[in-house]
Design a protein around this ligand. Structure first.
Ligand code: NAD
Ligand code: IPM
Ligand code: K
Ligand code: MN
Length: 368
């Protein structure tokens, strides 16, 4: 089979530590499973700022555009907390999403059975949890104009951000959610705050209209975002596919992660079609950040990164079998009782990042 190009962008903090574990699995897939990929790697975020004075180079954006998939770690480094917004490490991921037009961020929150007691919720509330948050990622308040900080005549200041969504932006992400629902339980819950925000009101109208025209076989419900946060904790299994805007999706997915035991468990896929192209682009990353509080200690959970690789294999390389094998290996390792610190219970002796990565590889070998 023709060789696929994968661009690795480990980023900052724990990014490189967990990426190294995913790369070991890629190497194994190449050696043992006939995976044919060309890997290249580059700097993003604080690591790029330190060397090139920009959070991401145009050259890296260009490489991402021609790659079959990008495997991303995380960006963010407290060293750059006082620089202007356009020079923050976070610009790297925001620009990748925007420039590649990666508008649909799939954030599955699936509870592995062995982690039942690691969930922040009672076992009876979360057992079997398997939901999919579809988060819009190139619009909303993250990118709306006007934005900025203005100085008022009296010398005080005003910080401005604007939530903007167009019909087309809402419709294309809703379509992704409805299509996913058809492959799952056939249910979509659309989340906004149309009670106070016009962008939310339009969101509800557009989703309702699309549903009526093309997806009446799917069950559609609507929920206000504040209630949704509460419902996710009260009874998360009422949800299957959820679709929401950029900011609400960011918040609700971090919340959902704790239902599965840890932020260090949740992968994501961000899919889209670059403007002026009909080639599908995709970026895969854990939903968490660079975790500066534990960076360099070798204790980060690499499973979100490893599961992001599984999503890459499934969605971009059509290697669903390898993806399932990885997910099964992760499940085996968790069933064996191995835990990194974030998912450990009182009395467990947690293992480090490397050891968890090695255990997944060993479980893969045993299964293959
Ligand atoms: P974070 O997600 O980095 O960490 C939040 C908490 O979860 C921390 O206590 C951290 O130690 C823990 N955690 C996260 N991932 C873990 C893992 N794999 N294993 C074990 N524990 C883990 O969020 P934050 O601290 O608010 O942000 C840190 C930086 O990361 C900021 O600069 C932020 O902007 C950036 N960030 C980047 C991305 C991204 O690259 N897509 C995502 C989120 C945050
Ligand atoms: C995420 C992060 C990013 C976001 C930041 C770092 C720009 O929190 O990927 O969830 O808000 O989208
Ligand atoms: K990340
Ligand atoms: Mn986030």
């Amino acid at each position: 089979s023709a060789s696929h190009k994968i661009l690795l962008l480990p980023g900052d903090g724990i990014g490189p530590e967990i990426m190294a574990q995913a790369v070991k699995i890629i190497d194994w897939l190449k050696a043992e499973r006939g995976l044919n990929v060309d890997l290249s790697e580059d700097l993003v975020g604080g690591a790029s700022l330190a060397k090139y004075d920009v959070p991401i180079r145009d050259e890296v954006i260009a490489k991402a555009k021609v790659a079959d998939a990008v495997l991303f770690g995380s960006v963010g480094d407290p060293a750059w907390k006082d620089v202007p917004f356009d020079r923050r490490p976070e610009v790297a991921i925001l620009r990748l999403r925007k420039d590649l037009n990666l508008y649909a961020n799939l954030r599955p929150a699936k509870l592995f059975d062995p982690l039942l007691s690691a969930s922040a919720l009672k076992p009876d509330v979360v057992r079997g949890l398997d939901l999919m948050i579809v988060r819009e990622t190139v619009g909303g308040v993250y990118f709306g104009e006007p934005r900025g900080i203005e100085t008022l005549p009296d010398g005080t200041k005003r910080g401005i951000n604007t939530e903007v969504y167009t019909t087309a932006e809402i419709e294309r992400v809703a379509r992704v959610a409805f299509d996913l629902a058809r492959l799952r339980s056939g249910r979509v819950c659309s989340v906004e705050k149309g009670n106070v925000m016009e962008s939310g009101l339009l969101w509800r109208e557009v989703v309702t209209d699309l549903h009526k025209r093309e997806y009446s076989d799917v069950t559609l419900t609507h929920m206000l975002a504040d209630n949704c946060a509460m419902q996710l904790v009260r009874d998360p299994r009422q949800f299957d596919v959820m679709v929401t805007g950029n900011l609400f999706g960011d918040l609700l997915s971090d919340l959902a992660s704790m239902l599965t035991g840890s932020l260090g468990m949740l992968p994501s896929a961000t899919l889209g079609t670059p403007v002026g192209s009909d080639k599908r682009a995709a970026l895969y990353e854990p939903i968490h950040g660079s975790a500066p509080d534990i960076a360099g200690k070798g204790i980060a959970n690499p499973l979100a990164q490893i599961l992001s690789l599984a999503m890459l294999l499934r969605y971009s390389l059509e290697r669903g079998e390898d993806a399932a094998l990885i997910e099964q290996a992760v499940s085996d390792v968790l069933a064996s009782g191995l835990r990194t610190a974030d998912i450990a219970a009182a009395g467990d002796t947690p293992v480090g990042t490397e050891e968890m990565g090695a255990a997944v590889l060993k479980a893969l070998r045993a299964r293959a």
